[in-house]
Write a protein that binds this ligand. Structure first.
Ligand SMILES: [Zn+2]
Length: 145
C-alpha cells in the first residue's frame, strides 16, 4: 500500500525526532533510506532499497544501505522480517501486524486491521507463557478466471 504525501511527511518528522532522541545524527543517507522505505509498498530487501535510491544517490553502496537499515531497525524506525523463502525484508510498519504473501509475485503486504487474524493464545497463557509477539503469514494466489 502506498502512503499519502502527507503521511510520509508526518512519518519523516517523527523519524527526525526519533534520531535526536536516540542521539544519532540526522544524515543524508539515513533520511534518503528512511524515505525510500516510506515511498515503497512497505516491504523491501536491502537490494531493493539500494536500487530505489541509486538514481539520486549513486555514491550510496549496498553495504552502506544495509548498515543504515540495520541502524534504523535497532532504533525502532523500521522492522525486519525473515520470510519462509529466506528473504530478509525491511518493513516500514513497526507495530505488531500480520502479513499476506502473493505466491505468484512474491509481494508481501500487511493485513489490514479489519482482516486481522484473531489469535486465541489462552492455552499458552495457561501453560505459563507471556506472549511477546505473534505474527501470522498468510500465503495465497490471485484467483484465475
Ligand atoms: Zn509488514
Amino acid at each position: 500500500m502506498k502512503l499519502s504525501a502527507h503521511e510520509i511527511e508526518h512519518r519523516q518528522a517523527a523519524f527526525l525526532e526519533l534520531l535526536r532522541d536516540k542521539g544519532l545524527k540526522v544524515t543524508q543517507q539515513r533520511l534518503v533510506i528512511f524515505r525510500a522505505m516510506q515511498e515503497s509498498h512497505g516491504h523491501l530487501t536491502a537490494e531493493q532499497v539500494h536500487d530505489a535510491v541509486q538514481a539520486d544517490n549513486p555514491s550510496l553502496s549496498l553495504s552502506t544501505v544495509y548498515a543504515t537499515l540495520e541502524t534504523l531497525v535497532q532504533i525502532g524506525a523500521l522492522a525486519e522480517i525473515t520470510m519462509d523463502d529466506g528473504r530478509k525484508l525491511f518493513d516500514r510498519t513497526t507495530s505488531a501486524h500480520h502479513h499476506f504473501v502473493d505466491l505468484d509475485s512474491g509481494t508481501v503486504s500487511d493485513l489490514e486491521d479489519s482482516e486481522a487474524i484473531r489469535l486465541d493464545l489462552k492455552a499458552l497463557a495457561r501453560k505459563g507463557y507471556v506472549i511477546e509477539k505473534a505474527r501470522v503469514t498468510v500465503y495465497g494466489r490471485a484467483r484465475r478466471h
